[in-house]
Design a binder for this molecule. Sequence first.
Ligand code: ADP
Ligand code: MG
Length: 269
Amino acid sequence: MHNLETPEIFDLTTLQTNPEEIITMQGIKKSFNGQEVLRGVDLTIHRGETLVILGRSGGGKSVLVSMLVGLLTPDEGSIIIENQEVTQFQSEKEWNQVRLKIGFLFQGAALYDSMTVGENVAFPLRQHTKLSEDEIQRLVAEKLKWVELEGIEDKMPSELSGGMQKRVGLARTMALNPKIIIYDEPTTGLDPVTSDTIAELIRNLQQEFQVTSIVVTHDIRTTFYVADRVAMLHEGKILTVGTVDEIQNSPYQEVQQFIHGTRRGKKKG
Ligand SMILES: Nc1ncnc2c1ncn2[C@@H]1O[C@H](COP(=O)(O)OP(=O)(O)O)[C@@H](O)[C@H]1O
Ligand SMILES: [Mg+2]
């Protein structure tokens, strides 16, 4: 039950925003041990788009997206997800409602080693639903088909290649049909061919199911393959946001350096 003594909380947390804007972040700041990682991030994510957050390693990309599922809280700033000001949340229960809408494919995306592929994909369904065993098996098969791994339910994660493990992780992320999917470094550590397969899958899933996708990466190749728009995180702020074309032709030196290889752009040794 909601706390009847504080009904005003619901007025505070339910906001009318542009329906095109599924997530709006404003003035996000975050420091760790006196070190400012995010210095005022402003970013809007549109419903149905694939937005890539591009930036160098250690720049705060994972920190930023962790805030969208309540794993970290900003020191300052506002985050509105589908009209709800999530920084005002008072309980885990409120967060859990949001988490059901957002699938998060974590960097590394470790599967449970001791569980079969089928059990891995079934895990969120068993945690969050009361579906029958038959229904769970049907959904597991469906999700594995989405990631082009039909019929591998009984395999163990250790029997799979890195790319296949990523795809099983994605099937698990999609188990509850999230309307937003966050991919944290989905192609890092994979060879170029496997990376392209994952990037293609991200693109296909977005087109087929109209999910809103947020892809965090430092990989230019993946960025240009999947992005509708690219937001460049640089020195704790969003330096610029644009289409792939706009980013490729960006007047910002920092963007050009990033695109054409950090090594060539590196000036301070
Ligand atoms: N929970 C944490 N505690 C302390 N420092 C952290 C924590 N999470 C991230 N950081 C620091 O924040 C910075 C940004 O990290 P991260 O968001 O992981 O970068 P990216 O994902 O862009 O590679 C790093 O310096 C990292 O050490
Ligand atoms: Mg990261």
